[in-house]
Design a protein around this ligand. Structure first.
Ligand code: FAD
Length: 377
């Protein structure tokens, strides 16, 4: 089977074997079988965050399609995620193959808040914790309680609480190398509507607040927020839709670089930059000592805009290398799109070109956001 057909970027050669187990029990069994066989294996959800090489995949691809959303008992309060608001909440267990946006739509339809700004992100629920999906000021980590995980090392299914997942900006221990299969995720959402129209969590993204005509921090009806996010995303080609050539991508191709404060000062004044969230800098405080302000300010990390760096390195929307069928999206410079029939190598060539231009202009090496399978940059 051609993996191009299972990925949103529509590149990738054949896989030796693709299995699509129908139930959770079969999914776990098929994954253990693939591990026991000693062959190469790859877990694939919606294929929206991978770039698979033209040579395909020599081994077994486990395509996760198990679906189901169920309400489960609320459990211990200590496992409530940080963004949980108010006293009333719901706990959901979602099977890994459930399309993520169907989870958001289900929550919004029921008046449950916490993931509404993550509307329209392609892919599966099981992949959501892998890179701690985020958009418009929300991240799944704020609503994630735990995952059920088939661990490659032990071969057993264990429940891992969200705080043990090392969730950060587009990152987790699962993206950094802990191997296994996410079988299901558990979410805690707010349920404070009490008969009134459900309100979102406070808006934490200026562009979204502006689009809704409210101030940052405002709470608005969840269904209106979802609608606005879907419209904003569609205007940037960030909702996967085969009829929109700007969306035939793996989403943002590069993460926003995080650099030291001193380095950030060397960039042009107009380059956008944000101090990273308080939990992102690694500042170790020995046990028993009070947390002190770091003496050296350069310990702070600063997040830059990859889109700004790309544009100002001279690569505009719609850019393509001569003769290539891969291009920068005409709606947004962070996405590399397949304009029809592109190979993985054409995508990689363009990505390398972007990296080289940005590096020679600003000294920043952009890192790819998607997982590369048989592709090197
Ligand atoms: C148009 C577009 C817009 C996007 N916008 C955003 C955005 O706003 N924010 C954002 O964060 N991302 C965005 N993405 C990226 C992508 O949608 C997310 O990363 C999504 O979570 C990937 O899900 P998936 O099921 O497609 O994962 P896949 O692409 O199938 O897999 C990605 C990685 O996760 C692993 N994996 C998948 N499922 C499992 C599982 N059950 N257990 C263990 N490992 C697994 C795979 O092995 C692979 O390493 C966008 C992508 C596209 C195409």
């Amino acid at each position: 089977m051609r993996l191009a057909d299972l990925t949103t970027l529509r590149v990738g050669g054949d896989a030796d074997v693709v299995v699509e187990p129908a139930t959770e029990a079969e999914l776990v069994e098929a994954t253990r079988d693939a591990w026991d066989s000693g062959d190469e294996w790859l877990i694939l959800g919606g294929g929206s965050n991978v770039v698979v090489g033209d040579e395909g995949f020599e081994g077994t691809v486990i395509h996760v399609v198990t679906r189901g959303i169920e309400r489960v008992p609320a459990g211990e309060a200590s496992l409530r995620p940080s963004a949980y608001l108010g006293e009333r909440g719901v706990r959901l267990r979602v099977q890994a193959g459930e399309p993520w946006d169907d989870v958001v739509a289900h929550a919004v339809a029921n008046g449950w808040a916490g993931i509404e700004a993550l509307s329209g992100i392609p892919g599966s629920a099981g992949a959501a914790p892998i890179q701690n999906i985020g958009a418009y000021g929300q991240e799944v980590g704020s609503s994630l309680v735990a995952i059920e995980f088939l661990d490659y090392l032990s071969g057993e299914v264990e429940r891992i609480p969200a705080p043990a997942l090392g969730l950060g900006y587009r990152s987790s221990v699962l993206k950094q190398g802990r191997q296994g299969l996410v079988v299901a995720i558990e979410l805690a959402l707010s349920d404070d509507a009490a008969g009134r129209r459900a309100l979102s969590h406070p808006i934490a993204y200026a562009q979204l607040a502006a689009a809704m005509g409210v101030r940052l921090g405002a709470r608005v009806p969840v269904d209106e927020l979802r609608q606005t996010v879907l419209e904003l995303r569609a205007s940037k080609g960030m909702i996967w839709d085969q009829s929109d050539p700007d969306s035939v991508s793996a989403g943002s191709f590069f993460t926003n670089p995080i650099v030291g404060e001193n380095f950030a000062r060397t960039l042009p004044r107009e380059a956008p930059r944000w101090p990273t969230a308080p939990d992102e800098p690694d500042i170790a405080v020995p046990l028993g000592l009070p947390a002190a302000e770091p003496a050296v300010r350069s310990d702070y990390r600063v997040k830059l805009s990859a889109a700004w760096l790309i544009e100002h390195a001279g690569i505009g929307r719609g850019f393509a290398l001569p003769g290539s069928r891969a291009a920068i999206s005409s709606k947004h410079t962070l996405a590399i799109v397949n304009r029809g029939g592109a190979t993985a190598e054409e995508v990689a060539e363009l990505a390398r070109y972007v990296q080289t231009r940005v590096f020679s202009e600003y000294g920043v090496r952009l890192q790819p956001e998607p997982v590369l399978v048989g592709v090197t940059l």
